[in-house]
Design a protein around this ligand. Structure first.
Ligand SMILES: [Zn+2]
Length: 116
């Protein structure tokens, strides 16, 4: 039920924003989700529909954009984005070190709202 609490947080922000801007209806929520996140699009939309029911964000569409994972090399300090599906190695493109740590890729945030 990890998604449920995430969506609950997202919805809170959406509703607060909608209230501040006096919108009548939220039609779409654009989200950026790190590629390493275990949030699944399908579940996110289902939970959103469930939680947003009877509110101004009811039936809003979630537009989910996956953002690449960023690694930072512990040896030379270079940051680089990797394609997690194609790029299995996490070698630093600068110095070839495999001593890399993930800086981002698990986070999510609201990029934009479409409202009327
Ligand atoms: Zn390096």
């Amino acid at each position: 039920m990890h998604e449920l609490s995430v969506i609950n947080n997202i919805l809170k922000v959406v509703l607060k924003h909608a209230e501040d801007h006096k919108v009548k209806k939220v039609v779409a929520v654009h989200l950026q989700v790190g590629e390493l996140s275990d949030l699944e699009d399908q579940w996110m939309q289902q939970y959103f529909d469930y939680l947003a029911k009877d509110g101004i964000a009811e039936a809003a569409c979630l537009v989910i954009e996956r953002v690449p994972v960023v690694m930072k090399c512990s040896d030379c300090g270079m940051s680089h984005a990797i394609n997690i599906k194609e790029d299995k190695s996490s070698m630093c493109p600068e110095c070839g070190s495999t001593n890399n740590t993930i800086v981002s890729g698990r986070e999510y945030f609201i990029k934009n709202l479409e409202a009327i």
